[in-house]
Design a protein around this ligand. Structure first.
Ligand code: HEM
Length: 208
C-alpha cells in the first residue's frame, strides 16, 4: 500500500490553513519533511509488515518493538523540542499490560539528537506515526486494546488534534530558524525512523 495516499489530505490539514490555500501548505516545513523522508517512512512501514496484528503474539511483539524505540527516545526528547509533546508510552504500556506483558523493553541505543531541531525531527516522526496507527488499529483483533495505536484511551474517538497542533508549531519554528534548522530536523527524523526499523528487526526476529 502507498501509505501517503491512504488518508485523504483533509484529515491531516492544519487548522486555520484554509486561507493560505493548498499551495502554501504544501510548501511548508511539514510537507518538505514528508517529501524528503518518504523513503525512510516506506522502509519503516515495510520493516513492520511482518508483524501480524490480528494475532496476539504478533500484536504483542509489534507493541514491544514500539516500546523499545520509545524507551530509547525518552531521555533525549523529554522536556525539549515541541513544548506540548506528550509521550504515548503510558497508553502503550497499558495495552501491553492488558495483553499480559509486563516485561521491560530491551535497552536500545538512543539516537544522537544533539540539538533542539533534531528533537523536533524525532517528534515529527512520533506524532506523524499516529496517522498510520489509526489504520493499523483496524487490523487488531476485536477485544484487544488499541489505546496506543488509536491515540487515546477511549475506544472509537480518534484524536488528531496533537498532529495538527504539532504541524502548526513546526511551521512557526521553521520560519523563525531558517533552512539549517530544518535540515537538522530532517536528520533527527531520519535517525528516529532508523531507530524504529532497528526495533522492528529486534522484535520480529527477522533480518529485514
Ligand atoms: C507500520 C505500518 C505503517 C503504516 C500502514 C503507515 C501509514 C501511514 C499513513 C497512511 C500516513 C498518512 C499519510 C498522509 O496523510 O499523507 C502515515 C504518515 C506518517 N507516518 Fe506512517 N505508517 C506506518 C508506520 C509508521 C511508523 C512505524 C512510523 C514512525 C515510527 C511512521 C511515521 C509516519 C509519519 C512521520 C507520517 C507523517 C507524514 C506526513 O508528514 O504527512 N509510520 N503513515
Amino acid at each position: 500500500m502507498n501509505a501517503h495516499h491512504a488518508i485523504p489530505e483533509s484529515s491531516t490539514a492544519m487548522p486555520g490553513a484554509a486561507g493560505g490555500g493548498v499551495r502554501a501548505r504544501r510548501n511548508g516545513a511539514r510537507f518538505h519533511l514528508r517529501d524528503v523522508t518518504r523513503g525512510e517512512h516506506d522502509d519503516t512501514e515495510a520493516a513492520f509488515a511482518p508483524f501480524d496484528l490480528s494475532k496476539p503474539a504478533g500484536y504483542r511483539a509489534f507493541l514491544q518493538a514500539h516500546n523499545g524505540a520509545l524507551a530509547a527516545l525518552e531521555g533525549p526528547i523529554e522536556g525539549r523540542g515541541w513544548p506540548e509533546y506528550a509521550s504515548r508510552r503510558g497508553l502503550l504500556e497499558a495495552d501491553l499490560a492488558d495483553l499480559g506483558d509486563a516485561e521491560r523493553p530491551s535497552a536500545m541505543e538512543p539516537p544522537a539528537l544533539s540539538g533542539d531541531a533534531h528533537v523536533w525531527g524525532a517528534q515529527y516522526v512520533l506524532e506523524g506515526s499516529r496517522l498510520g496507527g489509526q489504520i493499523l488499529a483496524r487490523q487488531v483483533a476485536k477485544g484487544s486494546p488499541t489505546r496506543y495505536l488509536s491515540g487515546n484511551d477511549e475506544a472509537g474517538t480518534d484524536d488528531m488534534r496533537p498532529w495538527q497542533e504539532f504541524c502548526a508549531a513546526l511551521e512557526d519554528e521553521a520560519r523563525r530558524h531558517g533552512p539549517q534548522w530544518l535540515a537538522d530536523v530532517e536528520d533527527g527524523a531520519r535517525a528516529t525512523f532508523r531507530l524504529f526499523r532497528e526495533a522492528a528487526k529486534i522484535f520480529s526476529g527477522t533480518t529485514i
